[in-house]
Design a protein around this ligand. Structure first.
Ligand SMILES: Nc1nc2c(c(=O)[nH]1)N[C@H]1C(S)=C(S)[C@@H](COP(=O)(O)OP(=O)(O)OC[C@H]3O[C@@H](n4cnc5c(=O)[nH]c(N)nc54)[C@H](O)[C@@H]3O)O[C@H]1N2
Ligand SMILES: Nc1nc2c(c(=O)[nH]1)N[C@H]1C(S)=C(S)[C@@H](COP(=O)(O)OP(=O)(O)OC[C@H]3O[C@@H](n4cnc5c(=O)[nH]c(N)nc54)[C@H](O)[C@@H]3O)O[C@H]1N2
Ligand code: SF4
Ligand SMILES: [Mo]
Length: 668
């Protein structure tokens, strides 16, 4: 029987509405949902691949236990008994902190599974929680807490009433937004421009997004903070409350800023004038800014710019989505001052923030023997963590590495327990964890579209069954008697529009567009942004001191930067979406390519931390001093070029992943 199901995509933050056609238990078609209020029929190749992913022959279908030649297919009972016995022994011998968890992209869209996973670690009593935040964008929650009192504040573009949008190191036409979910980005940006909005893109590459902009500033990688420092300096005027900031910025001159950023002085001045003319600003950073050194300083200055121009929490400025399900505007949120807790025992210098430790801390904890067992839920640390060889040695040295995933990965290859999870079409879900990233107060619920194939099991079920064996009540009832609907019910009950109307709306609901005032009224300490948080101000001073001593004109080194690929989600979907092969390799400008063998030739990129070899892909959009490798591919693995020891951001523990000095050599 042919059935059309309304559901939503859980590959990336955009969470586009989809219509999935099934004939009996086969998925025959996936297309965008025309009735979806936010994505309006849009879908991308990744989303359209989820049917194929559901049926793919390489899917994990059965539990497996053991490493290398000893790995065997096991029954669920055997696999869970073995895993639980190992976790129990770690708990008994070295304590709960011997068990760690890495929760990443593949768990961010699994409401019931993610909730269960977080609770699992709490029940065990382990502090060893790690997520992708500290290898992605920890500068934003750091600045949110330091300036606004709460780390979860995420400024959103007001697409209907903003008149000026500044994008720094983000390419939403490909990524569909970093912290702002942007389904159908081209149509959205075009509509913004059509109604007179001005778009400025700051990126060393003339990206797909930059080609749509009024202005593209092809900045030298890693210098966004210098540009932002100048904008803030120009807009500070004579406000008395920012004297320390004014003093810190005093050494800058337009000439110095132009030389460092490699931008024309005239275009910098024009940007300042634009901001003054518009009055209110919408501005977003992405990984291009968050992954380079001084990311915290750049983010800090951006938020200062927004605060100074009265661009937060007011119409025409940026807004904060309280969430259809999160309902932040009704909660008592913790008030923080941006001070971190102590790091893990083997690396106390690292900060504990957002209730977790930085990913690089996990490497230290494994190497020191503090962590003996790691449970990975929807993550691929073997490719996502820095310094691939070191990371893999650490993962391979674990007594127990349990991985809950849907396909074999570089990480499952090192696992002791490979546990097949249900995919998105096999589970009921709701837009919970990321509802504050949506460009409207909106949400969606979906039933499972198809039943799980083979022996795939939901993440919550697997962890519930392990917990039961450890004598812990994870799910509130015996795992065999719990349904996904039971687990989602408490989340759905929080819906602003009521659980039933959310469940009954096939394409989701939009409760409202931008709302204003709740952050100022309920979150900000004393109703004001802290404009001079001590740690960020100190980081700014340090950066300015260093810049005064360097001559950018003499630093001709190439810079390695990050980018996302259209047809992959990090390391995912490589084998499914046609055209991914064209996206994998070392992208360079043709002039640079000519010096190392030309298009298609093999080239090796070296940083002070390591080297990676790939095929040259010509990219005429890049600066000639910029090289870029998309993250997430084993054949050309950019994480071989990063370090888990040097360049670690002292405030967040973030790894330096962009704007790294590098050089090229022809061949492998
Ligand atoms: N198609 C696709 N979509 C994705 C993902 C994916 O892998 N593929 N991944 C998802 C994830 S996990 C994330 S975190 C988001 C990321 O979302 P975005 O941050 O929007 O990611 P990118 O598209 O890589 O955009 C980063 C841009 O920064 C530029 N850049 C690099 N270095 C610098 C610099 O020093 N300064 C400036 N100004 N720009 C710089 C790059 O040229 C690139 O255009 O995307 C998400 N969406
Ligand atoms: N050098 C360098 N390092 C980077 C980056 C970079 O640009 N350069 N980018 C960083 C960024 S932004 C991020 S977000 C991280 C990404 O780090 P990760 O999130 O660890 O990387 P992914 O490749 O997205 O891995 C997600 C895993 O989830 C699995 N999965 C997919 N769907 C499901 C599901 O429904 N259930 C379960 N259980 N699993 C599922 C996928 O098969 C995949 O193995 O990497 C970071 N690391
Ligand atoms: S943009 Fe993201 S959410 Fe939309 S279809 Fe593509 S992968 Fe799915
Ligand atoms: Mo990310």
């Amino acid at each position: 029987m042919t059935v059309e199901h309304h559901t939503f995509c859980r590959v990336c933050n955009a969470m586009c509405g989809l219509v999935v056609t099934t004939v009996d238990d086969r998925v025959t078609r996936v297309r965008g949902d025309d009735d979806h209020p936010l994505s309006r029929g849009y879908s991308c190749p990744k989303g359209r691949a989820i049917g194929e992913l559901h049926h793919a022959s390489h899917r994990l279908d059965h539990p497996q236990v053991g490493r290398d030649d000893d790995r065997r297919r096991r029954s669920w009972d055997e696999a869970l008994d073995d895993l639980a016995a190992r976790l129990d022994s770690v708990r008994a011998t070295i304590g709960p902190d011997g068990i760690a968890m890495f929760l990443a992209s593949g768990s961010a869209f699994d409401a019931a599974g993610r909730r269960a996973a977080e609770r699992f670690l709490r029940l065990i009593g382990s502090r060893q929680k790690y997520t992708a935040t500290t290898i992605d964008t920890p500068c934003r929650p750091l600045v949110a807490e330091s300036m606004g009192g709460w780390s979860g504040l995420t400024p959103l573009w007001d697409e209907e009433s903003a008149t000026f949008l500044l994008l720094i190191g983000s390419n939403p036409v490909v990524s569909h937004g970093h912290s702002n979910a942007m389904p159908d980005p081209v149509r959205r940006l075009r509509r913004f421009r059509d109604r007179g909005g001005e778009l400025v893109v700051v990126d060393p590459r003339r990206t797909e997004t930059a080609t749509m902009a009024d202005t593209h500033l092809a900045i030298r990688p890693g210098t966004d903070w210098v540009l932002l420092a100048w904008l803030v300096r120009e807009l500070l005027d004579d406000r008395p409350e920012v004297d320390a900031l004014r003093t810190a910025l005093a050494p800058l001159t337009l000439d110095l800023v132009a030389r460092h950023t490699d931008l024309e002085a005239g275009s910098i001045t024009t940007l300042v004038e634009s901001i003054r003319r518009h009055g209110r600003v919408n501005a977003l950073t992405g990984t291009g800014s968050s992954m380079s050194a001084h990311a915290d300083v750049a983010e800090y200055l951006l938020w200062v710019l927004l605060a100074l121009t009265d661009s937060f929490d007011v119409p025409g400025g940026m807004w904060f989505n309280p969430g259809l399900l999160s309902r932040l505007d009704e909660r008592e949120l913790p008030v923080g001052d941006g001070r971190p807790g102590p790091g893990p025992p083997s690396a106390p210098q690292l900060p504990r923030r957002f209730d977790e430790w930085p990913c690089v801390g996990l490497l230290h904890e494994i190497e020191s023997g503090n962590v003996r067992a790691l449970v990975v839920v929807g993550g691929n640390p073997a490719l996502a963590f820095p310094d691939t060889d070191r990371t893999r040695r650490a993962l391979a040295s674990l007594e127990t590495l349990a991985v809950l995933d849907i396909v074999p990965t570089a990480t499952t290859a090192l696992a002791t327990h490979v546990l097949p999870a249900t995919d998105q079409l096999e589970r009921a879900d709701t837009t919970w964890l990321l509802d504050t990233y949506q460009l409207a107060v909106a949400g969606q619920y979906t039933d499972a579209v198809v039943s799980p194939r083979a022996e795939r099991r939901p993440v919550w079920w697997t962890l519930g069954a392990v917990a039961e064996r450890l004598g812990l009540d994870l799910l509130g009832a015996p795992v065999g008697s719990v349904t996904e609907a039971d687990l989602l019910a408490p989340i759905l009950r929080r819906s602003r529009c009521g659980a039933d109307s959310l469940v009954d709306a096939p394409s989701g609901v939009v409760a409202s567009g931008p709302v204003h005032g709740w952050v100022t009224d309920r979150v900000l300490p004393d109703g004001r942004w802290r404009l001079e948080p001590p740690d960020l101000l100190a980081a700014l001073r340090g950066a300015i001191d260093a810049i005064e001593d360097t001559d950018p004109g003499r630093d001709r080194s190439l810079r390695l930067v990050v980018h996302r690929r259209m047809r992959m989600m990090n390391s995912q979907l490589e084998s499914l979406t046609p055209g991914t092969d064209d996206e994998i390799g070392v992208r360079v400008h043709p002039d640079l390519a000519a010096t190392v063998g030309g298009e298609g030739a093999s080239v090796t990129v070296h940083t002070e931390h390591g080297s990676a070899t790939g095929r040259i892909v010509i990219d005429t959009r890049l600066r000639t001093d910029t090289v870029t490798i998309g993250h997430g591919s084993e054949s050309c693995d950019v994480s071989r070029l990063t370090s888990g020891v040097s360049g670690i951001d002292p405030l967040t523990g973030m790894v330096e992943q962009s704007a790294l000095r590098c050089r090229l050599s022809a061949g492998a």
